[in-house]
Design a protein around this ligand. Sequence first.
Ligand code: GDP
Length: 326
Amino acid sequence: MPSALITGITGQDGRFLAELLHSKGYKVYGLLKGQNNPKTALLRDEHPYVELVHGDLCDLPSLISAVETVRPDEVYNLGAISFVAMSFNQAELTANVTGLGVLRLLEAIRIVGGSQNNPIRFYQASSSEMFGKVRETPQTELTPFHPRSPYGCAKVFGHDITVNYRESYGLYACSGILFNHESERRGLEFVTRKVTNAAARIKLGLQEELVLGDLEPRRDWGYAGDYVKAMWLMLQQDQPDDYVVATGETYQVREFVRLAFEAAGIDDWQRYVRQDPKFLRPAEVDLLVGDATKAQTKLGWRREVSFPELVKKMVDNDLAIESVGR
Ligand code: GDP
């Protein structure tokens, strides 16, 4: 039975990946940080097959111990401070967890090793935020990075150190440059879920308005359930490599809002949306759109959920959740 250790197990992608690996017959371990982590109960409820191991991306001994105890075939590093807006307020913490955390985990893998015939395979969750102020459109694996936030800077370090460990020590280490990927499990701090939840609550008469920041930025939004399949595929190849995972389509925040309100049965979304400068960021990423040709041709990866389907799935889910107990 193959085994995998996932950091960020309580996050959106950790939960989707745990399901995928479990369905493929893996023994799944999740790295859980902190005492009394509030998300433990949800995880135990939703994914009882996941075995939790204590450890923290900021603590190398705990990572060595986790890798030594589990002896996984594959390690997926999905743990990070992942909210861009927050990274401006807690830049040092973001650099430590999202950036240096990758180095610590790679080091733990290098120290523990794995067997000669079966070295531990490593996946790093890199991000389209690394492209930031984009140098070319669409963005590929070869597009230079120009991050626009402490989060983006930390992800660039994580990406580069992954490539460096692969080249220096021959580690089977891959970096997936994933563009925004969303789902019903997205946290409410991200614009997609904030919007679908508000559209549902406004429709149900539970909320009067939705307050947002900049409606102009464009993102390449896919479905998280599709994207975790690309992570797994990357670790099943003969050689480790880096891949862009994206839909190749881009939409403005404003278009997401319009579609979400429509899906909730509200045509005049402008009536309910107000903008507040407090949601603006010190530097913005204006446009992201990825070219996933390499992932498609080499991994055979395809996204299955379209943009309108993604928005509808999220709105339907929020309508169902918010209707309970009304
Ligand atoms: P990101 O692409 O990782 O930063 O994902 P987010 O969902 O946090 O933000 C996507 C885009 O939506 C960014 O360009 C934000 O500036 C923009 N945006 C506009 N209003 C809001 C808001 O109220 N919350 C968030 N999170 N983003 C907003």
